[in-house]
Write a protein that binds this ligand. Structure first.
Ligand code: HEM
Length: 220
């Protein structure tokens, strides 16, 4: 797709090379760290919540019957989807979503002059007790049992993949990758917290565990 886009553009040779390289970098960066870190946070939260770990494992074992998950099996993994949604609520890798006002705008009483960049921080919207209830900071995948609209007052503030025309291009691919990886990991291993784990979510373009996620992994 990128090569086709470059071929059909009227960019000069240098700009065409830059176009290809920039797009490859963009997809590599946007698609790799975000998904890998979400997998790490999910395993961390399941290690801290063995009841949910057991529920997801039971679901995966029942759906997959020892086979490698295919697209249909992945679609039926409702508990795992709820767990991933809850992980992305508490630890959305995309820390900042920015938009530039292309003209003077007004939101309620807020005047936004042309050229100003507005930054949205999903993590603050995702943990607001006014929106998610008094247990907003607690890991409870059950809140997503009836989808995002059942989980909170204003579904449009759940923004792990952004919103609008620039919403994440790879969100369905990312969810499929995550479900496949987690289903395989959970059907073969158990995960519990390691005493070496240091909790330090830190902002380094994305929200990542500064000292990694140390877990004790045991084969089932
Ligand atoms: C759990 C994994 C992922 C998360 C949490 C995530 C999150 C995001 C967020 C928050 C944005 C900004 C959206 C906005 O400004 O409204 C974004 C954009 C983007 N993502 Fe993802 N992403 C993930 C995985 C992926 C994957 C796997 C790919 C590609 C293979 C990908 C490709 C992109 C691209 C190309 C954009 C830019 C879209 C645009 O500006 O039009 N992402 N992502």
């Amino acid at each position: 797709m990128i090569l086709k886009g470059a071929e059909s553009s009227d960019l000069g040779p240098d700009a065409t090379d830059n176009f290809i390289v920039d797009n490859c970098k963009n997809i590599y960066f946007a698609g790799y760290e975000t998904t890998a870190i979400t997998a790490a946070w999910t395993l961390f939260l399941l290690a801290l919540n063995p009841d949910w770990q057991d529920k997801v494992r039971a679901e995966v074992v029942q759906i997959c019957e020892g086979k490698i998950p295919d697209a249909d099996m992945i679609r039926r993994m409702k508990t795992l989807t709820m767990v991933i949604n809850e992980t992305l609520r508490l630890y959305p890798p995309g820390a900042i979503i920015s938009r530039e006002a292309l003209e003077d705008m007004k939101f309620g009483k807020l005047e936004v002059p042309k050229g100003v960049n507005i930054w949205l921080m999903p993590v603050t919207l995702h943990q607001d007790p006014e929106i998610w209830g008094p247990e907003a900071h607690k890991f409870n995948p059950g809140r997503f049992a009836n989808g995002v609209s059942g989980a909170c007052k204003f579904p449009h503030v759940y923004l792990p993949f952004g919103f609008g025309p620039h919403t994440c291009l790879g969100q369905h691919f990312a969810l499929a990758e995550l479900k496949l990886l987690l289903a395989l990991a959970l059907s073969n291993f158990t995960f519990s917290p390691s005493p070496n784990y240091r909790h330090c979510p830190s902002l380094s373009l994305i929200i990542e565990p500064k000292y990694g996620v140390n877990l004790i992994v045991r084969r089932l």
